[in-house]
Design a protein around this ligand. Sequence first.
Ligand code: FAD
Length: 496
Amino acid sequence: GSDPLWLFGDQLGPHFHGTTGNRDREVLLIRSAAAFARRPFHRQKIHLVEAGIRRLAAELGDRARIVDAPTYTAGLRRFGRPVVVHEPGSHAAEALVRRLQQEGLVTEVLPTPGFVRSKVDFASWAKDRRRFVMEDFYRDQRRRFGVLLEPDGGPADGKWNFDHDNRRPPPGRSTLPVPAPWFPVEDDVDEQVRADLDKAERDGEIQPVGVDGPRRFAVGQVEAEEALDRFLDHRLATFGPHQDAMLSADWAMSHALLSVPLNLGLLDPLDVVRRAEERYLSGAAPLASVEGFVRQILGWREWIWHLYWHLGPDYLKRNELQAHRKLPRWWRELDADSVEAACLRTALAGVRDRGYAHHIERLMVLGNHALQRGYDPAELTGWFATAFVDGFPWVMPANVIGMSQYADGGIVGTKPYAAGGAYLNRMSDHCGGCVYDPKKRVGDKACPFTAGYWAFLDRNADRLRGNPRMRQPLNGLGRLADLPDVVARESRRNRF
Ligand code: FAD
């Protein structure tokens, strides 16, 4: 018969194990003790991956075998038969698979169905390209896979991108008036996982951060489908307009909360996209929302994945702005209660309590703060990868090194995402109840984001001067009479 299929912990769905070529293969799942040791993963993240593996094993019944081992290689040796694998999701795992192939433990490496576009196909798109931007890639994806197109091949309703409709400030209320997201009901798998992780924690095998449970994201096929259906039927229609807004009492807003099942490989991304498109075609959801969502999955998620391979492992060492400050302890330990700035406290509390913050909290609060304070980009990348439930190696570099920290000097983004309190005040309801005043840059009430913004520009003025998009902000620096005070104070500041 055919060789068994070895699945990594982020390859758990039927588009991996249920295809015609794989359907008759036995499935091997290796639980490596090394995977979560040594680094401070969020407790809920470990839980999700563990529960995901156990669910799949239960779904597959006799077809599946779980092997516990100190490392993957040891697990394969223990299993004792050569296997086939799908392309894994990190440089390290890719190198491992290549080694195992040389040793004869892996007989074949299949392409990954975890992303819509293949690596070969991306390489031919990227070759000789002068403009290397997400928007061009995204349009190519739409054309290639025939998503949201008119019969003449143009974009639905004549427009590729409805982004400017999707940047509204929050409405004047404490929560978005949208149906609640899907949440799981925990069962005995969760109970088992929890007991095992409690023990591993007591025995010092793992040193997790963050609070434990309740589990909030989908694992297993049934849950992943339920979560997707709930989003498509009840929340997709309102996905667009307030995507960039923040409300202190509404952590989920109208976000999809699908990054976990997507990144665990439970949902087929093209299927997700097609089903979203159907909602537009049937009139159930407006184009601006559907296009916005499709852009996230078919555009951004794919772009970030391919950039990971395209930019290579050395990209993680980029540090264009020479940021070398260590992450402070309160940040690493997710000690949100010690933070006074309401936006920062709320975002960090989200990470502590759920291992989740939505995109704008990641980019414009957590990332923005780190950028302004000059936190080391590589250390920050490690933090995002371990503290977030949806963090995996491939998703970090372009998002953290590139988009959020500008540590690549402008490959992923065209300018640093640094913003002061005025932006945060416009896009959130945090500032009203905050001890700091977004308009103040000096004195006790100086907003750390407003003052931090000017201190950041001052520190990096020479490095940013060549960027035309920074000309105006840098000119603003020269008009601040109190700049020396701001810079002196912010360089000493360690309470936010
Ligand atoms: P929604 O806002 O509802 O978006 C829908 C889906 O689009 C997401 O589920 C995700 O699969 C996809 N998506 C959108 N943007 C991106 C992107 N930039 N990169 C990858 N996928 C994207 N995403 C992760 O999946 N894992 C991470 O560890 C992660 N870290 C991030 C760190 C920083 C500093 C930034 C700026 C972004 C990060 N993102 C990450 C991207 C994005 O913030 C999350 O995908 C999103 O917040 C997940 O929540 P959601 O499912 O409710 O997403």
